[in-house]
Design a protein around this ligand. Structure first.
Ligand code: MEV
Length: 311
């Protein structure tokens, strides 16, 4: 039997970010970007450490271990506790990946998922996906604070799905989607933007509730459009969701410009994805050829982008 390589993947929310934090439904897809891990048993060192190799030319490697006080160390502790594992001898999990960090694509959930998977492998546990997702959620919460759990679910399940806090994850069967990801170039933090939305909700409960409900109501039509291959309808949902996220105040000039650039490059619809406040936008393309052309156009325009066929 081939050896199981621990994995955790990124995600893009196609509609419903922020609304999903408040109990509404969202649609997300796993992305073909992620982390893989190998296990090492050094003779000495911390009982459980994780080393993440540089994820891109601009990134730096980082490391965390049980009890070292780092965020990664705390996430490792939560994941191990959720899986119910404790170690007697040192384990080093080496993580590699092509993941854009902190851009709204769920890198921290992908990391939590690969660590959960690696720990399960190290302890010979064959866990149902629900258990792995629960452990990845526990780890991701260290990075995200009030997380809905959608990122960790997508990171573990590696498919297109609907998610809400009450109904959990439900797979959506659809042909692969061609997504252009365009970077705004702006830094951001999910925890900060989620906290900002929380403050706005405290000041204008009815107004924000109306926006959240309108965003949540887009998830089912989006899933139906994906299932039936109605890409024009799905593109319209992207546009509608972006307008509502602008109204919520989480878009930025850089994200709006990325959305415009993607539409000019032929997208059927485009929106910010993830918490916003910077990070990336996603755009729906009709097919692989359109995706390749649009990617070339945005890169020629001086933007960073990824051409992804998902999940
Ligand atoms: C998730 O990528 C983005 C938010 O919806 C937060 C969450 O669901 O945890 C803003």
């Amino acid at each position: 039997m081939p050896r199981h390589v621990p994995r955790g993947v990124c995600k893009a929310i196609l509609t419903g970010e922020h609304a999903v934090v408040y109990g509404h439904e969202a649609l997300a897809t796993a992305l073909p970007l992620g982390f893989a891990a190998t296990l090492d048993h050094p003779p000495q060192g911390p009982l459980l450490a994780v080393e993440v190799a540089a994820t891109s030319a601009e990134a730096v490697p980082f490391r965390g271990a049980l009890g070292d006080g780092s965020m990664l160390g705390q996430a490792i502790e939560k994941i191990a506790a959720a899986l119910g594992v404790s170690r007697q001898r040192p384990l080093l999990v080496r993580v590699v990946g092509d993941v854009p960090l902190g851009r709204g694509l769920g890198s921290s959930a992908a990391l939590a998922a690969v660590i959960a998977d690696a720990l399960a492998v190290a302890h010979g546990l064959e866990l149902p996906v629900d258990e792995l997702a629960r452990a990845a959620r526990a780890g991701d919460e260290v990075f995200h604070g009030r997380a809905s759990g959608i990122d960790a679910e997508a990171a573990v399940r590696r498919e297109l799905g609907l998610f809400s806090r009450t109904a959990g994850w439900r797979r959506v069967e659809a042909a692969p989607l061609h997504l252009l990801v365009v970077d705004s170039g702006e830094p951001r933090s999910t925890a900060d933007v989620v906290a900002r939305v929380g403050a706005r909700r405290a000041a204008d409960e009815l107004g924000v509730a109306r926006l959240m409900a309108a965003m949540g109501a887009l998830a089912q039509p989006a899933a139906t459009a994906a299932r039936t291959g109605d890409l024009a309808a799905l593109g319209r949902v992207f546009d509608d969701n972006h307008r509502l996220l602008q109204e919520l105040g989480v878009s930025t000039p850089g994200l709006d410009a990325a959305v415009v650039a993607a539409r000019e490059a032929g997208a059927l619809g485009a929106k910010l994805t993830g918490a916003g406040g910077g990070g990336v936008a996603i755009a729906l393309m009709a097919d692989r050829a359109a995706l390749t052309r649009a990617h070339a156009a945005v890169v020629a325009g001086g933007r960073k982008g990824w051409a992804l066929t998902c999940p």
